[in-house]
Write a protein that binds this ligand. Structure first.
Ligand SMILES: [Zn+2]
Length: 403
């Protein structure tokens, strides 16, 4: 990290849980200095190296099981159309999104309805949901990119660059969708109660949320899944407790995408509701898993650091596959520099740009034909088959190591 790195002023450590308000969440994991964004790619290595950083102080609330960064500063965030979070250049991810859309359409009869998707990213899921279910929709996101869709698709939905917050202008809708957004909100209780107020008391209204599952992160000590943009970390239980306490009945609660994501379908209720899914009863388990993460993280990080250095030392030219937040967090936590020279990503909008913090260049898969890496570190094991096939088609004989 260069000496002139801009550091966001460290906010005062929060003393209460943003999920339930209970005092004294217990800190169990700290990252001194992480780029405040990891999906916002930079035009030059110098710009990447001087990107603002902030601290992470991850704490566990014994009352509701919610985990959050108590020194998160929302003012440090700049979501814009330059933000490249999309995973939709992966066929596997597209298959997951299509399958999910089909299931929502089938199980909850989401046909001929109006969808409002808050935090819709580039809008791909809304597109699928409208196309497959004959629905119409509005997508809200500061990073929305309507120009990436055909005029035909944009007859079914519109995309608006905006933020959702309490008092948001009324947009008529039957289904409120919010995927991979709540984990970016520091004030989770404020966000979910604002959604409850916005949706109103209509008994037929549907509310669908999707967030990463932190239980897996804790069990696997997946420290690369802890980054600044994610200030809020849920398990099925803590997510359900938040929704129930904000006046939602939960219709469905499950894990998907190889157990990495929590899916929750809810509808408004007159007041708080009582738990009824076995998956919600995870408070004691989460406490144990937090302790496990705390105990195992230093050894896990040291082992990866040794491994990456050995790959580089043996002249194997290791590269990372997947230039997203996981990669930035992995590099940041381990202090990876030139041991790894390049990061590969299938998203053409990322190629030729640089990762915030460490300044690694993102290259297209075809670049590997000349670079000839002998080791490819895969940031998400779920893509193993897909990446393995691509490497074979490029004629690359490299060991694929899933992080
Ligand atoms: Zn709490």
């Amino acid at each position: 990290m260069s000496a002139d790195t801009a550091r966001a002023p460290q906010p005062k450590r929060r003393e209460t849980c943003p999920g339930c308000g209970a005092p004294g969440p217990r800190s169990f994991h700290r990252v001194e200095s992480a780029p405040v964004h990891s999906c916002l790619l930079m035009a030059s290595a110098a710009q990447a190296a001087s990107y603002p950083t902030g601290g992470i102080d991850l704490a566990f609330c014994a009352s509701c099981g919610f985990i959050s960064n108590l020194i998160f500063d929302p003012a440090a965030q700049e979501y814009s159309p330059q933000y490249e979070e999309t995973q939709h250049f992966s066929p596997l991810f597209n298959a997951f999104a299509e399958d999910l859309a089909r299931r929502l359409i089938e199980r909850f009869d989401v046909r001929g309805r109006t969808i409002l998707e808050v935090g819709c990213g580039k809008g791909e899921f809304l597109d699928v949901l409208c196309r497959l279910g004959g629905n119409r929709g509005v997508g809200i996101d500061p990073g929305a990119r309507p120009e990436r869709f055909s005029a035909e698709a944009l007859e079914r939905f519109t995309l608006v660059r905006d933020w959702f917050a309490r008092g948001f202008r009324p947009i008529p809708h039957d289904v409120f969708v919010c995927r991979h957004t709540l984990e970016h909100a520091g004030e989770t209780r404020e966000f979910v109660s604002a959604v409850r107020e916005y949706v109103g008391a209509r008994p037929d209204a549907l509310v669908f949320f999707e967030v990463p599952d932190t239980g897996r992160v804790l069990r696997e000590q997946a420290f690369w899944d802890v980054y600044y943009e994610h200030c809020s970390y849920f398990t099925p239980g803590s997510l359900a407790r938040l929704f129930r306490s904000c006046g939602f009945e939960i219709l469905e609660l499950e894990l998907d995408f190889a157990g990495q994501y929590i899916l929750l379908m809810a509808r408004p209720a007159p007041g708080p509701t009582a738990p009824r899914f076995p998956l919600e009863d995870d408070l004691a388990q989460t406490r144990r898993e937090v302790e496990l993460f705390e105990r195992e993280f230093p050894g896990q990080a040291a082992a990866w650091r040794r491994r990456v250095r050995a790959f580089a030392g043996d002249g194997l030219r290791p590269v990372v596959w997947g230039g997203g937040s996981k990669c930035v967090a992995f590099f940041t936590a381990l202090g990876i520099g030139r041991e790894i020279e390049y990061v590969v990503d299938v998203n053409p909008h990322k190629q030729g740009k640089y990762l915030p913090g460490t300044g690694h260049e993102v290259v297209a898969p075809a670049f590997l034909e000349s670079y000839r890496p002998r080791v490819v570190l895969l940031m998400n094991a779920v893509y193993r088959e897909e990446v393995s096939r691509m490497l074979r088609s490029l004629g690359i004989d490299a060991e694929l190591v899933a992080v």
